[in-house]
Design a protein around this ligand. Structure first.
Ligand SMILES: Cc1cc2nc3c(=O)[nH]c(=O)nc-3n(C[C@H](O)[C@H](O)[C@H](O)COP(=O)(O)OP(=O)(O)OC[C@H]3O[C@@H](n4cnc5c(N)ncnc54)[C@H](O)[C@@H]3O)c2cc1C
Length: 505
């Protein structure tokens, strides 16, 4: 028996993708070279859209009480509190905690993560991919219909697929350390000091994350020689404070290298997460965007495996996510310059501080860093919500049921048609999806509020499993066409005697 999908890498992106595939009914295996979770706290939170994506699968509550954080663009503060939509990000969650939660979810879904299994190569043919690995029992191989490289910045899957990784090499180096008992004061969005920038914030009870940009520090990719004294010396040089006495939990360094895979798909092989894009960690975006890659790809691959994917669905992964990666590179490069350049950037920072007072500018920049401004091309559309995500916080009062949040409607990872208008045509809208009842859920009710952020709520809305609006009413465009475009051909009609709508059709 061949697998449906092999995922290489059990970082946050590979784990999320495996869960999405399983929800869609695919038989998936994850191969990870590390014997246990890395325990690294690289990422310290996630963007609003990543929080929403976790919420859509019932995972956000597993993080417990989270700290919602204000945003900035390259150190220029944006007042999220003044915006109609909720752009607040989540802070203070070390990446290993996100990975633990996702791996726990996979255990519940019955997905095996093969740890201590390093993928060493693969070969794809017209209908399958054979993957070779080195595991505890020696070399082995497994075959699947598809392979996804979620194997990080130095992706083997990417290089063996011959996919270019163009971009910009490192020009700056940064230090980071997680320490206990440093006694320093917080500088949550960074503070300019002569010769660079320093940042310090509480990561989790008692642990502080410090980040240093020293303009004279050359980027060094080899972290093996890095010692805490080097970091503590730099902190003292730049702030006058000593942190040499602090207890060290983790140290690392990173650069502003920015690259993006030229394509996210070659035949049966796909890339997601850092394997597809790397950049300076500005605004907690890397893992967040990678997790959204996974949520975009998962249901499409699962649909292909289940046999109902319409033509072109798999290619829409690249056409939807590659532009998001391009904008990610653009915004992180812009933020890096704004944030880390010297005094010569101060006039531009002042102009930016003025500009973010204009509501439209604040909304635009907030949408960029939160991920809420992602809009996919859904074809002919005339409703302002089409292509955007629908807020998971919207509440629907169900006919014959209690109130339910949009986020909860998406927990099963299936497409949903919500019919929430009061017009006489509503039952017709619901019936239009009859032919897709094996894959599209239909829910009817009324919205508890008239607005979603700064938009009026749609009277009816067709949601993809990733939470994006494929069709919304009122619209002069056909719901049936949207159903076919995203969810394939309808099932053959049920014989008249069993037709539950015979009386009204
Ligand atoms: C200092 C810093 C701070 C950051 N802060 C944030 C933040 O706050 N928020 C945020 O969203 N992002 C942040 N990021 C970015 C984030 O850490 C990455 O984007 C994220 O780890 C990418 O996840 P991934 O699953 O794609 O790759 P990875 O996390 O790199 O996982 C790849 C996995 O693949 C495995 N692997 C590799 N090769 C093989 C092989 N051949 N066989 C088997 N397994 C293999 C690796 O062992 C690894 O477990 C930060 C990054 C840095 C450096």
């Amino acid at each position: 028996m061949i697998k449906d999908v092999i995922v290489v890498g059990a970082g946050p992106v590979g784990l999320m993708l495996a869960g999405e595939l399983r929800l869609g009914g695919a038989d998936v295996a994850v191969y990870e070279k590390l014997p246990a979770a890395s325990g690294e706290s690289r990422g310290v939170g996630f963007t609003r859209r990543a929080a929403e994506v976790f919420d859509q699968r019932g995972l956000l509550e597993r993080f417990g009480e989270v700290e919602w954080a204000q945003g900035h663009f390259g150190g220029v503060r944006i007042d999220f509190g003044k915006l109609a939509d909720n752009h607040f990000s989540v802070r203070g969650i070390p990446q290993f905690q996100t990975e633990e939660i996702l791996e726990g979810w996979l255990r519940e879904l019955g997905v095996t993560v093969h740890r201590s299994h390093e993928v060493t190569g693969y070969r794809q043919t017209a209908d399958k991919v054979t993957v070779w690995f080195d595991g505890p029992g020696g070399p082995g191989e497994e075959t699947a219909r598809y392979l996804v490289g979620c194997d990080g910045a130095r992706s083997l899957v990417r290089s063996l697929a011959g996919i270019d990784f163009p971009g910009w090499g490192a020009t700056r180096g940064m230090y980071m350390a997680d320490v206990v008992g440093s006694g320093i004061r917080p500088r949550p969005i960074g503070e300019r000091v002569p010769g660079g920038m320093v940042m310090a914030f509480n990561l989790q009870s008692g642990v502080d994350r410090i980040v240093i940009h020293d303009e004279n520090l050359r980027p060094h990719e080899d972290r093996s020689t890095l010692r805490f004294t080097e970091i503590a010396d730099a902190w003292q040089r730049m702030t006058g404070e000593s942190i040499h006495h602090a207890e060290v939990r983790w140290i690392s360094s990173f650069t502003d290298t920015t690259r993006q895979a030229s394509t996210y798909r070659v035949g049966r092989v796909f890339l997601a997460g850092d394997a597809a894009h790397i950049h300076m960690p500005a605004g907690a975006q890397g893992m967040s965007v990678g997790v959204q890659d996974a949520v975009n790809l998962g249901w499409k691959l699962a649909a292909d495996i289940a046999g109902w994917a319409p033509a072109g669905l798999l290619d829409s992964y690249h056409s939807e996510r590659h532009p998001v990666g391009q904008l990610l590179m653009r915004n992180t490069r812009a933020q890096t310059r704004l944030y880390l350049s010297g005094d010569e950037m101060e006039p531009l920072r002042e102009v930016m501080r003025d500009l973010v007072q204009i509501p439209a500018v604040a909304r635009h920049l907030a949408g960029t860093v939160s991920g809420l401004d992602v809009r996919y091309d859904m074809g002919a559309a005339d409703h302002p919500q089409t292509g955007l995500r629908l807020s998971p916080d919207l509440v629907l009062r169900r006919v014959g049921g209690g109130p339910v949040r949009v986020g909860e409607l998406l927990h099963p990872g299936r497409p949903v048609l919500v019919v929430a208008g009061t017009g006489s045509g509503d039952s017709g809208v619901a019936r239009a999806a009859d032919g897709w009842s094996d894959r599209v859920d239909v829910v009817t009710g009324t919205w508890a509020s008239a607005r979603a952020g700064d938009q009026a709520v749609p009277e009816a809305v067709l949601l993809r499993p990733d939470g994006y609006v494929a069709w919304a009413a009122p619209s002069r465009y056909s719901l049936t066409e949207a159903l076919e475009r995203w969810f394939g051909r309808p099932q053959p009609a049920v014989p008249a005697a069993g037709d539950r709508h015979a009386a009204v059709s």
